[in-house]
Design a protein. Structure first.
Length: 192
């Protein structure tokens, strides 16, 4: 097994510990493992020649996400942003430790960290690719669940923020996805 496959296996085993479970086509699967696989698939669709650090980042972007609870931070925007920042550092540190344990080169680890931490979004192609892939995973697999939890105005705001983060290529892929009738209507409103 090469190092990349070894890293994927270790990341996947870690993410399989996610307590949140999804029912996909009648099969129960841990949420973070499922989303990591889908994120990697989107990265490869967006960039068939994805770099090794980008591929690594795609499989560990949210590694162990359940270990830092949102509820342990204050309500509101500042609490949310602090939680997200702390999570990103946790993901990067956890993945770095795993990669060092199998002898990964420090430069590849540092490049992976920059992608996970989303440094230089909009100017670094690999970081933009991961952002596009994250947005596409959200739209494809999490959007409808969010619709039932929040009022339309909030969903429209979330969609507008999501759209701003995406590249032209990411937006083109997003427009090709199949949405529920409600989802399609909200996207139409958000983009008009």
């Amino acid at each position: 097994m090469n190092k990349l496959d070894q890293a994927f296996s270790l990341f996947d085993n870690y993410n399989r510990k996610s307590p949140e479970q999804l029912l996909i086509n009648g099969v129960t699967i841990s949420a973070e493992y499922f989303y990591a696989l889908k994120l990697h698939e989107w990265v490869i669709k967006l960039d068939p020649n994805a770099s090794e650090p980008l591929q690594l980042a795609s499989r560990c972007q949210h590694i162990g996400r359940w270990e830092i609870k949102r509820a342990s931070y204050p309500d509101g925007r500042i609490g949310y942003l602090t939680w997200r920042s702390d999570l990103s550092k946790f993901h990067a540190d956890t993945a770095s430790s795993i990669l060092r344990s199998i002898g990964y080169d420090e430069q590849i680890i540092e490049n992976m960290r920059e992608i996970v931490l989303k440094k230089h979004l909009k100017t670094e192609p690999d970081v933009q690719t991961i952002e596009d892939a994250l947005c596409l995973v959200f739209l494809e697999f999490q959007f409808d669940d969010l619709i039932v939890k929040h009022p339309a105005e909030k969903i429209i705001g979330i969609l507008q923020k999501t759209w701003k983060k995406m590249s032209v290529r990411g937006k083109e892929w997003a427009l090709k996805l199949t949405y529920s009738a409600v989802g399609a209507e909200l996207i139409s409103k958000a983009l008009s």
